[in-house]
Every structure is written in C-alpha cells, then in structure tokens.
Design a protein around this ligand. Structure first.
Ligand code: DP6
Length: 322
C-alpha cells in the first residue's frame, strides 16, 4: 500500500473566494485556472500497519500543523477502503527558487492521486477531484493540466474539476515573487471573514459567474488578450471585496502595486500582460509565452532575477514510478 504521485500547482483566472459549505468545501462560485508547469509537488504515501499515528514530512521536516488536515483527508479514503491503517506521507515541493509559492493545491492533489494508487481505489480524475476538493478547494483543479474549471455543483459528488483546454496556444504566466513568507491570513480564514463582513460579497459571487462564461468564450477563441483582461478584472474585484471586509484584508504590499503599475505600462506599450493575484502579495502576470522574454526584461529593471519565474501550462497529476 505505497505509491508516489506528482501534481502541479494552478493559478485561478476566475477566482474561488468563499464557501457555500465549509465542511465539505463546496464553493459559492465556480472557478477556472491554469495549471502551471513550473511548480509541482511530489508526494509518497505508505499505509503501514506498523504505524501508530499518521506522519507527515514536508521538504524533509515534520509538519504537525498540516498533519491534522492530512489525517482528516486520509480518513476519507480509509473509509472507502474500510481500513484504519495509518499513513506516512512524504512531500517535496518543487519551485524554481525559494519562492514561497508552495501551494496547498499541488500538495493535496498529489496526495489524493498517490492515495488513490496506493489503495487501488481506481477513481477517475473527475471523481478523485471531489475527494481532493475536501483537502483544499483550489486543489480540485490540479487533477488536470491546462485550463480547468471547478464546477461549484451543489453537493459533494457534483462539485468537481472539469478539463477545459490544454492551453497550448501561447498562454503563459510570469510570476513576480514579492514576499516569500507565509501569509498572515490564510485563504480559508480570509474568505470566511469576507463572507461574514463584506457588504459587497454577494455581488462578487454573482459577477464571477458572468466572468466565468466570458472566460470560457475567450478560451474557445484562444484570445489571450481577452482571457487576460477578464482574469485581471476578476482578480482585482476579489481584492476589492477582501478590502471591503471589516476589518479589511489587504494582501498587497507596496511592491505588489509597483508590479501592477509596470504591467499597466507594458500594456500601454502593446504587450499582452494582465494581473492575476491570489490571497498574497505575489503578482502573477497572464501573458503570451512568446512575449515573456520582453516582460521579464522590463521586470528586471525593478525586481531581482530570482524574483521572476516564467511558466507555461502544466500536465495532469500523475502517478510516478517509485
Ligand atoms: C485566492 O483553496 O487555499 O487562491 O479551500 O480553504 O483550502 P481552502 O482555500 P484555498 O483558496 C484559494 C483561494 C485563491 C483563489 C483560487 O485559487 O481560486
């Protein structure tokens, strides 16, 4: 009962921000993301009769805080299999630099794929995504490569990932690492606080549904300018909604704004470049891969080389040879 798997991180172009069901992680709005080639997690699992407790080692160090979530997640699969065997989980996050972009998305997706293989559960990616979702919402989308929708659904079996497009039409991202420290307010806490205190929250969810339809249309037309402009508007609306929470949640830092203004200037010069920030200060730029060199050279006038990472679309999550 051992297996190893790899899953790539994803960045949402239509954001998930808020749960309709907190326990089952069913979102208020459907979301859509690009799986990234440059960031992934490799996870090895071993369900071992000799273990008294679950164990979790991340990048060579034990991580008791995340272990609680991982045990709960493993319980979902143990229940299906009808076993109580404890599991040893070893994960390694692969990021090009010490970027602090290690994501729960690639982590829970790799874990789900590895457990599915180790326990011979034979779930297909779509069904597996409904379990991975219960580890972390954004992880739902990392089961597939390219562009992926997380359909919000209304219950635990239909809130799932759906593959949209392999995104091999020059779509890419440039990531500007502003701060690699762990954020002070987690997405989980931040989104709940926004629902509870922002007068704009319902409008955000409603508008996102409209953005998603427009995004799917832009993807079917392989129109990167349109994809980028919808993504930027969606991301900044999410940040505006967070800022309208009480007390406000502000993830941006002065250098985030500096990067945003540089992107606006690049656009005025004719480059395809749009913002897609998450719950943190790092700035992701939706772009054409063929223009990424030009974008990087402009960013280098202000940011250090190691702060800038280019990524194309990544693959599906998959089982690795041990
Ligand atoms: C801003 O998936 O980390 O990145 O479901 O509570 O684990 P939980 O939250 P998480 O939230 C991600 C929020 C986001 C937007 C997105 O990825 O869609």
């Amino acid at each position: 009962m051992k297996a190893k798997a790899r899953a790539h991180a994803n960045i949402a172009l239509i954001k998930y921000w808020g749960k309709a069901d907190e326990a089952l992680i069913i979102p208020n709005n459907s979301s859509l993301s690009l799986t990234l080639d440059a960031f992934y997690t490799d996870t090895h699992v071993h369900f071992d009769e000799h273990l008294a407790e679950d164990e979790f080692i991340l990048d060579g160090k034990s991580d008791p805080k995340t272990l609680v979530k991982i045990s709960k997640f493993a319980d979902l699969f143990r229940a299906i299999k009808g076993i109580n065997t404890r599991v040893r989980v070893k994960s390694v996050n692969h990021v090009p630099t010490a970027a602090g972009l290690a994501s729960s998305a690639s982590g829970f997706a790799a874990l789900g794929v590895a457990i599915n293989a180790a326990l011979d559960l034979n779930m297909d990616a779509e069904v597996l995504s409904t379990y991975i979702r219960q580890g972390s919402g954004s992880a739902t989308r990392s089961v597939y490569g390219g562009l992926v929708e997380w359909q919000k659904g209304s219950n635990t079996t239909d809130s799932k990932a759906v593959f949209i497009d392999d995104a091999t039409f020059d779509l890419g991202m440039v990531i500007v690492v502003i701060d690699k420290d762990e954020k002070t307010i987690s997405s989980r806490v931040g989104m709940q606080h926004t629902i509870e205190t922002s007068p704009y929250y319902t409008l955000w969810a409603k508008d996102s549904a409209r953005d998603l339809e427009a995004m799917k249309e832009a993807i079917s037309n392989k129109d990167i300018d349109h994809i980028g402009s919808i993504a930027e508007h969606n991301a900044l609306k999410m940040h505006a909604t967070m800022m309208s929470a009480n007390p406000a949640i502000i993830y941006m830092q002065p250098d985030s704004l500096k990067a945003i203004q540089m992107v606006q200037a690049m656009r005025n010069e004719g480059l395809t470049a749009f913002i897609a920030m998450d719950a943190g200060p790092n700035v992701k730029i939706v772009c054409k891969l063929s223009e990424s060199d030009q974008i990087v050279s402009r960013l280098k006038t202000t940011f250090k080389d190691e702060q800038i990472i280019v990524s194309g679309p990544g693959p599906d999550a998959y089982v690795l040879e041990e």
